[in-house]
Design a protein around this ligand. Structure first.
Ligand code: CAA
Length: 420
């Protein structure tokens, strides 16, 4: 979508992303186990919105609209109606029009698109948040909730862990067609953990990963799927995390920046977005992410850039195979060559197209509804020099996001430019 009115990203907030494997996450063995609870969905969402207000939105009464990405609040937390939940975060937000958007793992991206559209329609200041809490159930039970992002009637029975199995089917097809190996895919996990180790907000901040461990099935890293058709093609280290967390951003028109007293130079501009959806349960080619390709193509076309212009990117690595296929859908690698790109090191922090600098969904974590919002926040943070130990060592002019719902069924892609 070419934007008729410029839209600026004027500020961002991200809560610590936590879950099993993060030292702050309270579970058996933690000193606070039995004495304190992990933050609830409301607490994560409120923390992100309040942090955004403290840092970038001193007068929240200027907000015209608000949107919240969340996938499964009712299932994991017995809580829906999250638009009205945001209004509890600060009394100055009361009376505003806020709504929740749901598009599986693209819920956050869809909330952002709706926020950008609201500015096209005349709003000047829009708050967009995303949040998810998924650790309230065991991973196997949570997998049933996450399976609601598939065509449940026909795809749920594929495996107890429906989504991991659906993406394992893609890994199997890719390996059989192009000769990729577990070791090739392991490079994505190693990059994710290595970046997360530099990011104090990341779920896997304190966990290390070696190529040998990620490449090899073991008691520590099992092929945990039940379906024998795909079992050998996915290990725990190929998967994104079951994470709790939230993110929030403030979007503004030119007039909105005046209301926020924010100079344009301290912002990023959302140059364009691509938004594409395809029928649930009807993937036609396991070797390609066609919906990602369509959304990214639209976003790049309308921003007037090509794959070679992207200086930093946040892509939806829900599983290692997904990041590989994203490289090809974006146009950085030909079909069948994505593993060469990861192995070249070009997408690491030291490379010329760094991808998922804070750890992505595998390292930073994947609180489903928050992910799309966190992606644009991360591009902003790289552009504005806010990334600390994983800050890229050069000026970043252009960034890209790709946020995917389900098995390549709903995709939002945005091109951002460092405002000057
Ligand atoms: N050998 C064999 N099997 C083993 C094993 C071993 N040594 N250790 C564990 N397992 C099996 C067990 O069966 C276990 O299940 P039960 O305990 O219920 O029997 C299962 O593996 C999982 O083990 P854990 O629950 O101990 O594992 P965990 O809590 O560390 O979770 C994970 C690991 C299952 C990979 C979990 O992180 C996960 O589910 N990740 C993926 C999350 C996901 O799918 N997110 C959505 C992404 S899709 C997307 O982004 C698009 C969209 O719209 C949805």
């Amino acid at each position: 979508m070419k934007l008729a009115r410029p839209v600026y990203l004027a500020g961002t907030a991200i809560t610590p992303f936590i879950g099993k494997g993060n030292p702050a996450f309270i579970m058996k063995g933690h000193p606070d186990f039995g004495r304190k609870e992990n933050p609830s969905l409301e607490e994560h969402l409120t923390a992100a919105v309040q942090q955004l207000i403290r840092t970038y939105l001193p007068d929240p009464s200027v907000v015209d609209r608000g949107y919240v990405g969340n996938f499964a609040g009712e299932l994991f937390c017995n809580q829906g109606h999250l638009g009205a939940m945001v209004a509890r975060a600060d009394p100055r937000l009361e009376g505003k029009g806020f709504a929740r958007l749901e598009a599986a793992c693209a819920s956050g991206g869809t909330a952002l698109v709706t926020g950008v559209d609201a500015i096209q329609a005349g709003a000047d200041v829009v708050l967009v948040a995303g949040a998810e809490v998924q650790t309230t159930f065991r991973a196997r039970e949570g997998a049933d909730f996450l399976a609601r992002a598939s065509h449940y009637a026909t795809e749920r029975s594929f495996d107890d862990f429906t989504f991991p199995a659906i993406l394992a089917r893609r890994a199997k097809a890719y390996k059989e067609t192009y000769g990729a190996t577990d070791r090739d895919l392991a490079h994505f996990a190693v990059k994710a953990f290595s970046n997360a180790n530099k990011n104090p907000l990341a779920h896997m901040h304190a966990a290390t990963m070696t190529l040998d461990r990620a490449a090899t099935a073991s008691d520590d890293n099992p092929n945990f799927l039940g379906n024998p058709e795909v079992r050998d093609h996915l290990k725990v280290t190929d998967c994104s995390q079951v994470t709790d967390g939230a993110a929030a951003v403030v979007l503004a028109s030119e007039k909105g920046l005046e209301k926020l007293s924010r100079p344009r130079t301290e912002c990023a501009e959302i140059r364009s977005y691509g938004f594409a959806t395809n029928p649930l349960g009807k993937v036609t080619n396991l070797l390609r992410l066609d919906t990602v390709a369509a959304a990214v193509r639209e976003a790049m076309r309308d921003a007037g850039v090509g794959p070679g212009d992207i200086q930093v990117a946040e892509v939806h690595d829900c599983f290692t195979i997904a990041e590989l296929l994203m490289y090809e859908a974006i146009g950085w690698a030909e079909e069948g060559k994505g593993m060469e790109l990861i192995k070249s090191g070009r997408t690491t922090l030291e490379g010329d197209i760094p991808v998922n600098t804070g750890g992505g969904l595998i390292g930073f974590g994947h609180p489903v509804g928050a992910t799309g919002v966190k992606q644009v926040a991360e591009i902003f943070r790289q552009m504005k020099g806010l990334c600390g130990a994983y800050q890229l060592p050069r000026a970043i002019g252009t960034g890209l996001t790709a946020n995917m719902g389900g098995d390549d069924r709903t995709v939002v892609s945005m091109v951002l430019r460092n405002a000057s």
